[in-house]
Design a protein around this ligand. Structure first.
Ligand code: PMP
Length: 375
């Protein structure tokens, strides 16, 4: 069969080819049931098996403790920006947000409709460090500087800013910051399952599936069970985490086909050796690109070295007038969807789990060739 092009989309993004092939083979008849997964009742035993295996595999991959519920929901991470305050601000009204780029800024803005929201820290200013200046949203505020109110119900962060290419290397222990009553809430949409994560550090982790976990349409929510049952009165019943947890993600009809594909991705991840192995590959893949960017003056990545994302690598050409030619040459070589987000410009290579190192090497080879012919 003909090799597929390398797809660098930020999301929805590349999926493992073996997953797509299995879905194709099972499209008309899932495991002898005579039905496509799309045609099954969400209350039947077949889908019951698909959903419970997906949950068990996700729990195993992320080492999710038993006192956390795993929910398959809808609405994506943008809906979760409202669902987190609606579900957690039933008792205390206060929540604090750490701003590190477009997505956390969006989360904070949405939350303001549901509670008393403050900014705990922000990287929206120029950082002076070691005689160098780092522009807004190219770094992560040090946890020691966060201003967390004693009555905050939670502190929110975005673990990987997909647009800026800024990633938290780990999550702080809030108790050590003197905020022992608050829980951390994390938008992990673009780095979930790319590395082991200490779930027990967070009260809620949410992620749209369409980068590392599967197709659009399902949102993963991992929530500590003692936080359930305190939703604001106006929270829609289908979005009350307690209802969804009680009904095993079937309070309403869940996005069954998306859950099925996500389940295949979880099995693929287990076959690859789990998240420790995937993390090694992601380190090697991102290093290949960052090492090249560090030694060329032709391209530039603006992010502080301590916070460079392993998943999303934005870069600019030294002359933006060459952008269109760079992109059309890339497409001609089977390197797809490299155009950067409009707010940052330039290029962005998203190199999620399903992008093999050969794809990153093909990109670096093309970048070198383009530098040679245009430098
Ligand atoms: N948060 C992050 C970190 C994202 O990358 C995205 C999608 N690019 C979103 C939130 C929004 O996700 P959705 O469109 O699925 O609501």
């Amino acid at each position: 069969s003909q090799a597929r092009p390398w797809n660098f989309s930020a999301g929805p993004s590349v999926l493992p080819e073996s997953v797509l092939r299995q879905a194709a083979a099972e499209m008309l008849d899932w495991h002898g049931s005579g039905m496509s997964v799309m045609e099954m009742s969400h209350r039947g035993k077949e889908f019951g098996q698909i959903c419970s295996e997906a949950e068990a595999d996700l729990r195993q991959l992320l080492n999710v403790p038993d006192d956390y519920a795993v929910l398959f929901m809808q609405g994506g991470a943008i809906a979760a920006n409202a669902l987190v305050p609606m579900n957690l601000l039933g008792r205390s009204d206060a929540a604090d947000y750490v701003l590190s780029g477009s997505w956390s800024v969006k989360s904070e803005k949405e939350a303001r409709r549901y509670g008393d929201i403050r900014v705990a820290a922000s990287s929206g200013t120029v950082l002076e460090s070691d005689g160098q200046q780092w522009q807004p949203w190219t770094w992560v505020p040090d946890a020691a500087s966060w201003q967390v109110r004693p009555d905050a119900a939670y502190v929110h962060l975005c673990s990987n800013e997909t647009i800026g290419g800024v990633e938290f290397s780990d999550w702080p222990d809030l108790a050590a910051l003197g905020a022992s009553d608050a829980v951390l809430t994390v938008d992990a949409s673009s780095n979930i399952l790319s590395r082991p994560m200490d779930v027990s550090r967070a009260g809620v982790i949410f992620a749209g599936a369409q980068k590392n976990a599967g197709p659009a349409g399902v949102t993963l929510v991992i929530v500590r069970r003692d936080l359930l049952g305190h939703a604001q009165a106006a929270c829609p019943s289908a979005f009350d985490f307690a209802n969804v947890a009680k009904e095993g993600s079937c309070f309403n009809t869940p996005p069954t086909y998306s859950i099925y594909i996500a389940g295949l991705v979880f099995k693929w991840l287990k076959e690859q050796g789990g998240l420790a192995e995937i993390e090694k590959r992601n380190i090697a893949k991102s290093a290949l690109l960052y090492d090249y960017l560090a030694q060329t003056g032709f391209y530039r990545n603006p992010v502080h070295p301590n916070f460079r994302s392993r998943m999303n690598v934005p870069f600019t050409l030294h002359d933006a007038a060459l952008d269109a030619e760079f992109l059309s040459g890339a497409t001609a070589r089977g390197l797809l969807q490299l155009k950067g987000h409009k707010s940052v410009g330039g290029m962005r290579a998203s190199i999620y789990n399903a992008m093999p190192i050969e794809g990153v090497q093909a990109l670096v080879d093309y970048m070198k060739e383009f530098e040679r012919t245009h430098g």
